[in-house]
Write a protein that binds this ligand. Structure first.
Ligand code: H79
Length: 438
């Protein structure tokens, strides 16, 4: 009996319920891919599709109760002649993201890639005739960026998405359909995405919350994905506790464990990588009237607090229908890249630090090096709880000036230098371990 089989047997012999994850035999490739994902810390989310043309977000078909036939006409006019994958990848690089996650098919059901499963795709349905996901996959590979595909399980267009879920409306579809054919359609599309675009980072599922109790047969879909690409991660945005076969726990518009959005779970996985997805304004898909853009310091705060919670930040842009990314998005991404150029060592490759996230900031760590991120603290002294290891030296990340500190049994007090103008995060580097300061 292999060691794995023995563990299985021991776990199940007692008859006690075993947590799903304990039964999940995770391949070495996925374990390594999860570690690389957690190291990456910062990704770029891209919501782009037929809906971008109406400039009212990716839910416009639902919100305006657009009939399938009318949306099909809209889809036929999608022609993003200014799309250039290399330009997007160059922006992503400047921003300092380590991966891109792009909508391959959103709830509107339109495939943004060449697919043999339906003519309702960008190559066969539009005058554009190009496959932007192929171009993006090639550009990402050339630049060493990982590419993930967002894939909606919910579909407002496909006749076999039946019975319909919570977001259904009378949009002209027949009142019948074949669910098993829908599952086969999805599995066939996923097979295309995992065999025609080289090695992908993984699949980011969304929309299962429309019919949480439907027979999704996730086990077989997940097994298919793991078989086709053993290092591809499954990132489900179902707002529930992670299930067997899944690799990352997501939080939509919230930091791990928080639920300001109203649909996240307070459960936080202790062993899976975490990811917070966040809009830069208030919309995922291009929204021409939404100018409610977050400031650069607020975005830095999200990146720092996500990392301090042990998670990644997946920050969204909604490109215009012509394929360009608006200046509000680009300027913020450039600024974040500039910030990471100085402070990135306190983010990339880190894990949650010894001080739990606080209202003043967060801590990250890499090995014996602890990074204290002071985002919002007006006083000259900052008291930390015990760090679990003596502090050998303390210095400011920017410039390297020594930081005075005092360690007692009750914790470590730092004497903070004042923040430079426009500095959203004062990062104090604590080198810990050994026998402590002499
Ligand atoms: O792609 C972006 C959004 O379009 C998609 N996820 C991000 C990344 C998303 N949209 N909405 N949601 C996720 C959550 C929606 C929840 C609700 Fe409902 C839809 C609340 C009310 C309508 C689910 C379905 C709960 C009730 C009905």
């Amino acid at each position: 009996m292999s060691r794995l089989a023995l563990v299985f047997t021991l776990l199940t012999l007692g008859g006690a319920p075993v947590r799903a994850q304990a039964r999940d035999a995770v391949s070495a490739e996925r374990v390594a891919a999860r570690r690389r994902f957690a190291d990456a810390k910062f990704g770029l989310f891209i919501h782009w599709g037929v809906y971008s043309q109406l400039g009212a977000g990716e839910w416009v078909m639902h919100n305006r109760k657009i009939a399938v036939a009318d949306y099909e006409s809209l889809a036929a006019t999608f022609n993003p002649t200014k799309f250039d994958a290399a330009t997007w990848v160059a922006l992503a690089r400047r921003a300092g993201v380590r991966y891109i996650t792009i909508t391959s098919r959103h709830h509107d059901g339109f495939s943004m890639f060449k697919t043999a499963q339906t003519p309702y795709n960008i190559v066969d349905w539009t005058a554009f005739k190009r496959d932007p996901l192929k171009e993006l996959a090639d550009a990402c590979r050339a630049d060493g960026l990982k590419l993930f595909f967002y894939y909606s399980q919910l579909d407002w267009h496909h006749p076999d998405y039946w019975p319909r879920g919570a977001t259904a409306w009378d949009n002209g579809r027949p009142d019948h359909g074949d669910w098993s054919r829908y599952l086969a359609f999805m599995n066939a599309q996923l097979t295309e995405l995992l065999t025609r675009y080289g090695a992908v980072g993984g699949i980011w599922f969304d929309g299962m919350w429309d019919k949480p109790d439907a027979p999704w047969q996730l086990d077989s879909t997940y097994a298919l994905i793991h078989r086709l690409q053993p290092a591809a991660l499954i990132i489900p945005n179902h707002h529930q506790q992670p299930r067997r076969g899944e690799d990352v726990q997501t939080f939509e518009q919230d930091l791990p464990g928080a639920n300001t959005a109203g649909f996240n779970t307070s459960y936080v996985s202790g062993d899976l990588p975490l990811e917070t997805s966040l809009t830069m304004n208030d919309s995922w898909g291009f929204n021409i009237t939404d100018k409610d853009f977050k400031s650069v310091s607020l975005l830095v705060g999200y990146l720092v607090r996500a990392a301090g919670n042990g998670g990644n930040l997946l920050l969204n842009v909604g490109p215009r229908p012509d394929g360009t990314i608006g200046p509000e998005f680009a300027a913020r991404l450039d600024s974040l890249g500039d910030w990471l150029g100085v402070y990135g060592t306190a983010i990339y490759g880190t894990r949650a630090g010894p001080v739990p996230p606080r209202s003043w900031g967060a801590s990250t760590r890499r090995g014996d090096t602890v990074f204290v991120h002071v985002l919002d603290w007006p006083d000259p002294l900052l008291a930390l709880p015990p760090l679990g290891a003596p502090v050998r030296t303390a210095y400011l990340l920017r410039g390297g000036a020594a930081v005075r500190f005092e360690a007692t049994a009750a914790g470590v007090t730092l004497a903070l230098p004042s923040a430079a103008a426009g500095e959203p995060d004062r990062v104090i580097v604590l080198v810990t371990g050994g026998r402590g300061p002499s």
